[in-house]
Design a protein around this ligand. Structure first.
Ligand SMILES: [Zn+2]
Ligand SMILES: [Zn+2]
Length: 148
């Protein structure tokens, strides 16, 4: 499992291999230390239930889509279509659609935006939901106020 998150110190993108947990993580850019939550507390039956970075419990899933690859495939199809009477475009669009379904899901934390890859999909996690994002935002504001 790999986590892609923003360092709370400098907001640079950082990566964390979850098998290294619960060792403290040091930001290579600003030196901030972070102690992620131990892996056994993160998942239940292999599915993610808690964020290692912010302890948030709401997630959504998104396709880990390589946008550039998709455009490239469609572009090649379009470039070849004058020679193949448009058939190559159709084939490449089909290929593009195929890629779309084959791509893996990534799980994203609503609260801190950390992206989890190589984790079992929790059936309770759905697509991004604006209402949930707002609830999470209000809640995190409340938590922050409560702590200060
Ligand atoms: Zn940092
Ligand atoms: Zn989080």
């Amino acid at each position: 499992m790999t986590i892609q998150f923003l360092c709370p110190g400098c907001e640079q993108v950082a990566y964390l291999q979850l098998r290294l947990l619960p060792e403290a993580w040091n930001c290579p850019k600003c030196g901030k230390t972070l102690t992620p939550i131990p892996q056994e507390k993160l998942s239940e039956g292999g599915a993610l239930i808690r964020c290692a970075i912010c302890a948030g419990e709401r997630f959504y899933t998104q396709r880990d889509f390589n946008q550039r690859l998709g455009c490239l495939v469609a572009g090649v199809g379009a470039a070849l279509s004058p020679f193949t009477y448009g058939i190559s475009l159709l084939i490449c669009l089909a290929l593009d659609g195929g890629l779309y379904f084959l791509l893996k899901q990534a799980t994203v934390c609503y609260r801190c935006g950390s992206i989890y890859r190589g984790v079992a999909r929790n059936p309770e996690h759905g697509a991004f939901d604006l209402h949930t994002a707002e609830v999470e935002l209000q809640e995190s504001k409340y938590v922050r106020r409560g702590n200060s």
